[in-house]
Structures are given as C-alpha cells and as structure tokens.
Ligand binder design. Structure first.
Ligand SMILES: Nc1ncnc2c1ncn2[C@@H]1O[C@H](COP(=O)(O)OP(=O)(O)OP(=O)(O)O)[C@@H](O)[C@H]1O
Ligand SMILES: [Mg+2]
Length: 282
C-alpha cells in the first residue's frame, strides 16, 4: 500500500530525508521512530503529496505521489502533527466541511459523522465549538476527520502526543480496530511503548536516513533479549545478551567491587534506539 524508492528531500542545504526505501503492506501498522528533526514529518508530507520530493519516488495505494496526487489524496486520510481543526466550528461542522471537500454524497455524510463521533467518543460534544475542546478531544476529532471518507491508508503524525495514558490507550484501540478492517496505518511517535504495543514493524530514522527496520520483537532480539547494567562509581555500563543466564553471569563477573552493583532486565525498544542512534528519546 505504501512504497518508497530512494525518497529524498532537501530544504536548501538541509537534508531532511535521504534515500528512504521501504514498503508497508495492506493492513499493517507501521511506525516511524526518530529524534526531533529526523525527517518523519517530511516523509509523511511527501507521501501525502503536500511536499514534492527532491529525488526518488513513492507510491501510495498504487499511485505515484508526484504524478497522481489526486488519486493519492482520495485514498488517504491524514492526521497532521499540528492540530488544524477550525476552532470556530463545532465538531460536527468540522467533519461536515471535510466531507464536502471530499464530495461525499449528502445522504452519507450525516450517518458517517454520527458513526465517527461515536467511534472517538465525542458524540456528546458534537455540537460544541472545537475551541473549547481539550487537547485529547481535539486529537480524537482529528482522527475522526481523517477517517471521514473511508481512506484505505491512514497517516498519523504523532497521534497521541500530549494525551493522558487512558486516552492514549483508547486511540491504540481505535488504530487496532482499523487494522482489523484492513486499513493500512503509517504513524510516527516519540513514545516507545506505543511503537512496541501497536506497530507490526517500525522503521528507525536518524538524520533523514533509515537505520533499522523490523518488528519490535526482531529488533530487540537482534540486540539481545536481556540487558545487564553494571553500576560503578555513579556510572552505568550496559550490555546485551541473548539469554538471562549470560546477562547474569556477565553482571556477577563485572560487579565485583564493594561499591558495584548490577541489574538484569528484558531489552526494550528504547535500548535499540539508543544503541543505534546514540541518542535518547525525549
Ligand atoms: N518547510 C521547511 N523548510 C525548511 N526546513 C524544513 C522544513 N520542514 C522541515 N525542515 C527541516 O527538515 C528536517 C526534518 O524535519 P521534520 O519536521 O521532518 O522532522 P521530524 O522527524 O518530524 O521531527 P519532530 O519529531 O520534531 O516532529 C529538520 O532539519 C527541519 O528543520
Ligand atoms: Mg514531526
């Protein structure tokens, strides 16, 4: 459903995205992870036809993003990183406006709007002005709007940023139910747990380049499923091993001094990210 072939974007001298190539299958939830400025939003903007690539090509739902932007737009829904709802309209009016832009027949609009407002649990606020909504309510409305015209591919740029843990999990459930309906989802996130819980595969990008791509489980396994941290004089040294036994053995051997200590735990995706980029997630 999504294919990138050497996709590259320069803004003047700034190389925002460099030679990205990967595919996303139908019904897959694919996560793009990377530090601030890594090129995640730029990648989404190219895939959603909002920004032209400097070089390389990409296809969404079988359509070339440069040659067939309208066909791409018809197939996709977008929830951008920055909230772009109309605060002076109600939730319902925001959705109605979007439906008109997409030439949805009048008789379909009302039913679809009620269905989606129910889906994101905003039916009670349907006729309130959006400017009075909380951040989490706005995010949920943004997702409802992206789904309005039943897109086959959904792009979510940091869909749960700033949301409380309960609301975040509700959005995960929403995304899972979309996947079960065969919708393909490409999302970006800074939340490791989100990527681990939700994404079938993740691509880690750093300075515009793809540095790893696999399922969360495989990424962790490649690094070693167990992490040992040896503490010495206020510093921690971290190593990874395929088994808990090997990690324990290493810890016992290297934490011999009186002030030393060690711990063993399961490897997580944040470890993978730090090992690969030398940087920590926010
Ligand atoms: N319109 C623009 N004009 C000039 N430079 C831009 C523009 N948009 C993005 N950039 C640059 O491209 C690089 C990638 O930015 P991008 O917004 O894609 O990063 P990101 O991975 O989405 O970061 P974040 O996690 O902070 O959202 C950055 O160096 C940024 O300054
Ligand atoms: Mg971004």
């Amino acid at each position: 459903m999504i294919r990138l072939d050497g996709l590259t974007k320069y803004y003047g001298d700034i190389r925002a995205v460099h030679n990205l190539s990967f595919t996303v299958e139908k019904g897959e939830v694919f996560g793009l992870l990377g530090p601030n400025g890594a090129g995640k939003t730029t990648t989404i903007r190219m895939l959603t036809t909002l920004t032209k690539p400097t070089s390389g090509r990409a296809w969404v739902a079988g359509h070339d993003v440069v040659a067939e932007p309208l066909a791409v737009k018809r197939s996709i829904g977008i929830a951008p990183q920055h909230l772009n709802l109309d605060g002076e309209l109600t939730a319902r009016e925001n959705l109605e406006f979007h439906a008109k832009l997409y030439h949805m027949p009048r008789h379909e609009r009302g039913k679809r709007i009620s269905e989606l407002l129910g889906f994101v649990e905003l039916e009670k606020r349907a006729d309130d002005l959006v400017e009075g909504f909380s951040g989490g309510m706005k995010r949920r409305l943004l997702i409802a709007r992206a789904l309005m015209h039943r897109p086959r591919v959904l792009f979510l740029d940091e869909p749960t940023v700033g949301l409380d843990p309960v609301t975040r999990r509700k959005i995960w459930d929403l995304i899972r139910s979309l996947r079960s309906e065969g919708v393909t989802v490409l999302l970006t996130t800074h939340y490791i747990e989100e990527a681990e819980q939700l994404c079938d595969r993740v691509g880690i990008i750093n300075e515009g380049q793809l540095i790893a791509l696999d399922s969360p489980a495989n990424l962790k396994r490649k690094l070693g499923n167990f992490a040992v941290e040896v503490y010495h004089e206020g510093r921690a040294e971290r190593r990874f091993f395929p088994t808990r036994e090997e990690a324990l053995e290493y810890g016992a051997e290297h934490a011999r001094c009186k002030a030393c200590d060690f711990s063993v735990r399961e490897t997580n995706l944040e470890d993978v990210f730090i090992e690969l980029t030398g940087r920590r997630f926010e």
